[in-house]
Design a protein around this ligand. Structure first.
Ligand SMILES: [Ca+2]
Length: 205
């Protein structure tokens, strides 16, 4: 009898400490519904877990955009899948009626800077030249480009932006909406928005 009571006590104690006593154990451990995003963010499911994405309107360069994302504990959001590219496109078109570029979280690998951008180590250009910067994105499925991007024009295009347009964007370039282009990180011309992101946090309810 004493042992049974002791075991019950231990179970209650561990449950309360680990899970705060606010949810059923199976919900706490296995349900993604308990992961929540701040208001105005959209939740997506990634390899590393649930993630929150928001697109804000503004003609900032990547440094200004990154700083603004940080004011709400986010960073520039990377892209893990074609679905996420479409989501960012939709959110951007909702945030601004002006067509242009939407910054996302990516950087050209240092070994591929400048005239080295087409080196063997940077091939294929569309999947091996860049890295995601939000720390919560895996794989290369989100590196979606329309030719001739990424072209590293003037050898200084070390950041990535998404084509935010409802039809092919930029006369003469014919870039698919939702595809990416490399661009100078300090570019503001034709920048209309930027994607912010942060991991979803577990809810105690
Ligand atoms: Ca380019």
């Amino acid at each position: 009898m004493f042992i049974q009571i002791f075991v019950l006590f231990l179970e209650f104690f561990s449950f309360t400490v680990v899970f705060g006593g606010n949810c059923q154990i199976e919900d706490c451990l296995f349900s993604v519904d308990n992961y929540t995003c701040p208001e105005s963010y959209t939740k997506v499911t990634r390899t590393m877990g649930e993630y929150c994405i928001k697109v804000k309107a503004g003609s900032l360069d990547t440094f200004g955009a990154e700083a603004d994302c940080q004011t709400e504990n986010s960073v520039l959001a990377s892209i893990e899948s074609p679905d996420e590219a479409n989501l960012i496109l939709e959110l951007s078109l909702t945030a601004t009626s002006t067509e242009g570029w939407c910054w996302v979280g990516a950087q050209r690998l240092a070994a591929c800077y400048g005239e080295n951008f087409a080196d063997y180590a940077c091939q294929p250009l569309k999947t091996a030249s860049f890295r995601w910067t939000d720390g919560f994105t895996v794989g290369t499925d989100g590196f979606i480009f329309t030719d001739p991007q990424p072209n590293n024009l003037a050898y200084n295009q070390n950041c990535l932006a998404l084509v935010s347009a409802s039809s092919s964007y930029l006369s003469g370039q014919n870039l698919a909406p939702g595809s990416l282009g490399d661009a100078p990180c300090n570019m503001t011309d034709q920048v209309v928005s930027y994607a912010c992101g942060q991991p979803a946090t577990i809810s105690s309810t």
